[in-house]
Ligand binder design. Structure first.
Ligand code: PEP
Ligand code: MN
Length: 366
C-alpha cells in the first residue's frame, strides 16, 4: 500500500500517519521524500489496513492499494499452488479430489449406507454433515450434536476415509475436533461470519470455505486470507493463521429459477488464476437437480477445478434434505468419468487459463 501525502503536508503529518500504521496495524513503513510531496510505502499484510481511516488523516492526499486485500490467498503473493494433505488425500495442484456423501446425517442406517455408496464410488473424502445451515430455518437442521458426531465417527471408521463436516455453531468446534472430523466446512451462509473465520484461523485443520451466496471474488478471497493470516479483533496481525484453506465455488443467488444458483463456470479458471489455494466446486448445491449434477461435475473438472463436492444418498426419494439433488449408485460413473476427463485434459491444462500459473512455474506434463 502506498500513501501519497499532499504537496503541503508537513513532516509532522507524515510522522503521524506512520505512527498510526505502526500502532494500529503493527506494520512498518518506508518513506520517500520527493521534491513536491512525500510517499509512504506500507510493508506487510496491507489487507488489514482500513484505507478509509488512513485517507481521513491530515495531510493524506490518497491511499493506493498495490497488492490485493486478500494478499495471503493471492497468486501474486504465492506463485505455486497450495497442496493440502489430509487423511491420505492431496488437495490442490494437479490432483483431482472428490468429496461425496449425504447432504446430512439423518440416522445411522441412512448415513452408513450412503457412506458405503460413496466409498464404493471412489470418493477421496466423505461428507459427514452433522449440523445443517438451511435456507429456511424451519427446515431439517440435523441430529443433536452428540448423536450426529457418533454416526460421523462410524462413517469414518467403516470407510477409512477422511471426513468433512460443516461447522455452524462455534460451541461445537471442540466436539468436531475430538470426533476426528478431518475437514471443517464453512457454509455459504457463514462465509462472512468473522467470529467463525477467526476461530478457524487458530486451528491446524483444513477448512473448506464456500463462496457466499451474494459475495464477489474479492470478498470471498478476503475471507480466505483472513483465515490464513490470523488477525485479532483490531485487525492486527497476530502472527499465526490457518493456511489450509480450500475454496469451494457453489454459485450465487440470481433471478433464474431453473437452476438453484447461478454457477458461473468461468469463475473456476478466474479463481485459479487469482489464487494459489485449492479450488473445488459443488455441482449438487449449485444445480439443485440430480439430472444436472453429472454434467456440471464434468464441467467443473474441464474448467480446471481441483475437484468437487457432491451429494450421494442411499435413498434420495426419502431424504430429509436435498434429495432432489442427490445421486445414488450413479456416483461411481460420475467419479470414474471425472478422473478420466481430468487425466485426459492434463496436457491441455498447461495451455489453458487454469494452468497459466503452472506454466509460468515451468511445469511440464500432467
Ligand atoms: C452443503 O454443502 O451441505 C451446503 C449446505 O452447501 P452451501 O453452504 O453451499 O449451501
Ligand atoms: Mn444440501
Amino acid at each position: 500500500m502506498i500513501i501519497h501525502m499532499t504537496e503541503g503536508a508537513t513532516p509532522d503529518q507524515t510522522e503521524r500517519v506512520i505512527e498510526r500504521i505502526q500502532a494500529d496495524y503493527g506494520l512498518l513503513c518506508e518513506t520517500i521524500v520527493g521534491y513536491d510531496s512525500t510517499v509512504i510505502g506500507v510493508k506487510g499484510i496491507a489487507g488489514i489496513v482500513d484505507e478509509g481511516r488512513i485517507s481521513e488523516l491530515p495531510g493524506v492526499h490518497r491511499v493506493i492499494r498495490i497488492t490485493e486485500k486478500y494478499k495471503d490467498a493471492s497468486r501474486n503473493f504465492q506463485k505455486e499452488d497450495t497442496i493440502i494433505e489430509v487423511g491420505g488425500a492431496s488437495i490442490g495442484g494437479r490432483n483431482l479430489t472428490i468429496l461425496g456423501g449425504p447432504c446430512a446425517i439423518e440416522n445411522e442406517a441412512q448415513a452408513l449406507a450412503s457412506a458405503r455408496i460413496a466409498k464404493d464410488a471412489g470418493v477421496d473424502v466423505l461428507r459427514a454433515f452433522v449440523d445443517k445451515s438451511r435456507t429456511s430455518p424451519y427446515d431439517y437442521r440435523g441430529l443433536p450434536l452428540e448423536a450426529g458426531l457418533e454416526i460421523a465417527a462410524q462413517m469414518k471408521a467403516e470407510t477409512g476415509l477422511p471426513t468433512a463436516s460443516e461447522l455452524i455453531d462455534l460451541r461445537h468446534l471442540d466436539a468436531f475436533l475430538k470426533c476426528g472430523i478431518d475437514i471443517i466446512q464453512v457454509g455459504a451462509r457463514s462465509a462472512q461470519y468473522s467470529p467463525l473465520l477467526e476461530e478457524l484461523s487458530r486451528i491446524d485443520v483444513p477448512v473448506v470455505l464456500k463462496h457466499g451466496l451474494g459475495n464477489d471474488l474479492n470478498e470471498w478471497l478476503s475471507a480466505a486470507a483472513f483465515i490464513m493470516s490470523g488477525v485479532d479483533r483490531e485487525g492486527r496481525n497476530v502472527g499465526h493463521g490457518n493456511r489450509k484453506v480450500i475454496l469451494c465455488y457453489r454459485g450465487i443467488k440470481s433471478f433464474e429459477v431453473e437452476t438453484r444458483f447461478a454457477n458461473d463456470i468461468a469463475m473456476i479458471p478466474r479463481v485459479r488464476l487469482k489464487s494459489h489455494l485449492p479450488l473445488i466446486g459443488d455441482p449438487s448445491h449449485s444445480s439443485g437437480d440430480k439430472s444436472l449434477v453429472e454434467r456440471v461435475a464434468y464441467a467443473l473438472v474441464a474448467a480446471g477445478a481441483n475437484g468437487y463436492e457432491f451429494d450421494i444418498h442411499s435413498n434420495p426419494a426419502e431424504a430429509r434434505v436435498d434429495g432432489a439433488q442427490a445421486v445414488n449408485v450413479e456416483a461411481a460413473r460420475i467419479v470414474e468419468n471425472s478422473r478420466r476427463l481430468h487425466a485426459m485434459l492434463g496436457d491441455v491444462g498447461i495451455a489453458s487459463g487454469t494452468s497459466v500459473a503452472a506454466a509460468a512455474l515451468g511445469a511440464v506434463g500432467s
